[in-house]
Design a protein around this ligand. Structure first.
Ligand code: URA
Length: 245
């Protein structure tokens, strides 16, 4: 799609309009080998080669960001009173039409994907996709073999049924942490499952969605762009999980 150079580079997370204008002025942006003269010049990313500071721009239609969501912010695009995950994004991702693909509770931390790709989010969140999510839960009491069996059978509580989930102890000095893998995304699901087992979640952290694992060196509130095709890792293991649980 033919578009303005600054708009295109902004859409690829290469900086704000101001920053891009500065790069153009300094001659750091080449279009088909020649320095760009104007940030507003029209370019076609499909057919023209664009290089910024010596690096070719690999055009991607959609953006996928991994965030380490901190506690205390909403997984929403806007809220009149409370901070949302979009408020944490660096300025180069402003006005990109990004939204969180799925929700974590306000007090839940960990892996959250943000994208402008509605079809991807829909596929990832569809129960039919069987994408699993792994959480680390810090609990009021240690899990027992009975809890593991209960989660594996599936839980019916408060008129709702949760499909079988895998529960296994995590390393924890107090012995009160566990990993849980679920394929659904019902409201407060992990907390409600533990509640049904007579336990209580004190802290919840999402470590992985399918084969996509949260980068441990991503500070709370920080984001990074996924590499090309990295977003597809969320679908790794979907069928295997379905059979195993
Ligand atoms: N289950 C919960 O209870 N909360 C979350 O944020 C995610 C899964």
């Amino acid at each position: 799609m033919i578009q303005r150079l600054d708009k295109l580079l902004g859409s690829q997370g290469m900086g704000s309009r101001k920053e891009i204008a500065r790069l153009v002025r300094r001659g750091c942006v080449l279009v088909d080998g020649a320095p760009a003269g104007d940030p507003a010049q029209k370019v076609d990313p499909q057919s023209q080669q664009i290089v910024v500071s010596g690096k070719p721009v690999v055009y991607r239609e959609h953006l996928y960001l991994m965030m380490n969501k901190p506690a205390g912010v909403l997984s929403a695009t806007e809220d009149s009173r409370q901070r949302t995950v979009l408020d944490l994004l660096p300025p180069e991702f402003d006005r990109r039409g990004l939204f969180p693909a799925g929700r974590l509770d306000k007090d839940t931390t960990g892996l959250l994907l943000l994208t402008d790709d509605g079809a991807f989010a829909h596929r990832m969140l569809s129960p039919r996709s069987h994408v699993f999510k792994r959480y680390r839960a810090t609990l009021e009491r240690a899990v027992t073999p009975e809890d593991v069996a209960l989660f594996a059978r599936g839980i019916t509580a408060g008129g709702e049924t949760f499909v079988p989930a895998r529960l296994f102890p995590a390393e924890d000095p107090a012995g009160k942490a566990a990993f849980v893998e679920i394929r659904e995304g019902k409201f407060h699901q992990v907390k409600r499952m533990f509640e049904a087992a007579g336990n209580r979640v004190l802290a919840l952290h999402r470590c992985a969605i399918g084969g996509l694992v949260l980068d441990e060196d991503l500070a709370p509130g920080a984001v990074r762009l996924l590499e090309e095709n990295e977003e597809k890792q969320v679908f790794i293991g979907q069928n295997q999980q379905k059979q195993e649980i």
